[in-house]
Write a protein that binds this ligand. Sequence first.
Ligand code: ADP
Ligand code: MG
Length: 463
Amino acid sequence: MYDQLTFETREDDLRLRGCWENVLKKVSALMAPKMAERFLHRIRPAELRDGVAILEVPNSFNVEWIRSRCLSDLQRAISEELGETVLVELRINATARRPEVTAITELRAQPVVVERSARCSFEPGDRYRFDNFVTGQSNRLAFAGAKAVASDPGKKYNPLFIYGPSGLGKTHLLHSIAREVLQRDPNFPVVYISAQQFAEELISSLQQGKIEPFRRAQRSVGIWLVDDIQFIAGKDRTQEELFYTFNHLHQTGKQIVLCSDRPPRELHLMDERLRSRFESGLVADIQWPDTETRSAILLNKAHEEGVPLTTQVALYLAEHVPGNIRNLEGAMTKLAVQSSLNNHEISMDLAQEMVELHYSKAALARPSFTQILDVVSKFYRIPVEDIRGTSRKAPIALARHVAVYLTREVTQGSWKHIGHQFGDRDHTSMMHAYEKISKMAGGDRDFANVVRSLLRNLNPDGQ
Ligand code: ADP
Ligand code: MG
């Protein structure tokens, strides 16, 4: 059921995994079987570290859903099973989504223990594939380059350099290449690494006097996928190492693919020798996609995640949600969570309300709920999870009530919405909390000053 255990697996992790079935039973009993199947059973208990259980879930939709519906139930069940208080942290599964959290990453069709780097094993997630990459004018060249490289590594465009703003599909393409190559030949030596990981691995191997194994590992690949290369601009030692690796691979006909947020010529702090090497193959850009492409991407995602989104709503979001594809996906997630909480379909009305609440000019200028929790948590020195939790201990309850008060003041959200933000609480309890804080501030000048200064912290331009 879980990834195979590596020699890194710790006793605490095993305890967490050991109790998982019971936790599932307990928490599943509190919700409809369909929901348990859809959300709970996709959680993977990953680690238990310093009293925090890290649970992995496949995507941000699941994170939001679990946060708003059953985070405290999970926390309680795990704590009961382990006989100690445990906090819960949700993380999107690295193998299914963001590769940045992995160390030097060897991609294989099957999970393997990576010998040279004990930190992780990695298989390309299902999420990023050529067949779910939507093409349009904005990304056609990059897509064609990536396809060509995947079908014939080292033969056509070498290196392939893809650049474009964040959140427009560069990592998606890198993963798609890896996936296709490995599907054809599961033993093909594929390395995916972000430039930041490259720098970190380099530093730690220098510290441990193990530079040779590091070099061997980087150079014994058939296809080398380096993400976010802009990160090493200005880092001379890393550039030097990358330069030698690059040359070695290039001379031996190995495929190199690099991604960056800007074109080679604009990597100002990059060594000129590297820059010109980056330009020596195919340089392909990804531009901002037009509205039609944005809505096609969104409809695709919705289909994959089982979110019932109409073309009309997709177009509306594509037009009104500012920012990159990641933001657009985030908006869809919000909408899907909201509709499942309300038990209501994703209508145009709901979409308009959500856009107004989160993406209108006024909303974008407002501090977010996370910022509010953060400010209150820092001030009262109480963890965010407790503020959103169910404890009735006086200091925690006070911090929670203040957070409710600030949320209402700052976001102008409906009581119902605020109730959801605070872990699916009843809207009347939110109103009571607000009134309580208003009264306290009315009768106690010091307390009123505290609330005012917290508000000012969140809203420096306000009065
Ligand atoms: P980048 O690496 O450029 O910052 P990502 O590859 O992480 O961006 O993409 C961000 C999100 O947008 C991912 O979920 C990705 O699947 C999605 N995405 C971006 N462009 C496309 C596209 N053309 N088709 C499908 N999904 C896309
Ligand atoms: Mg990326």
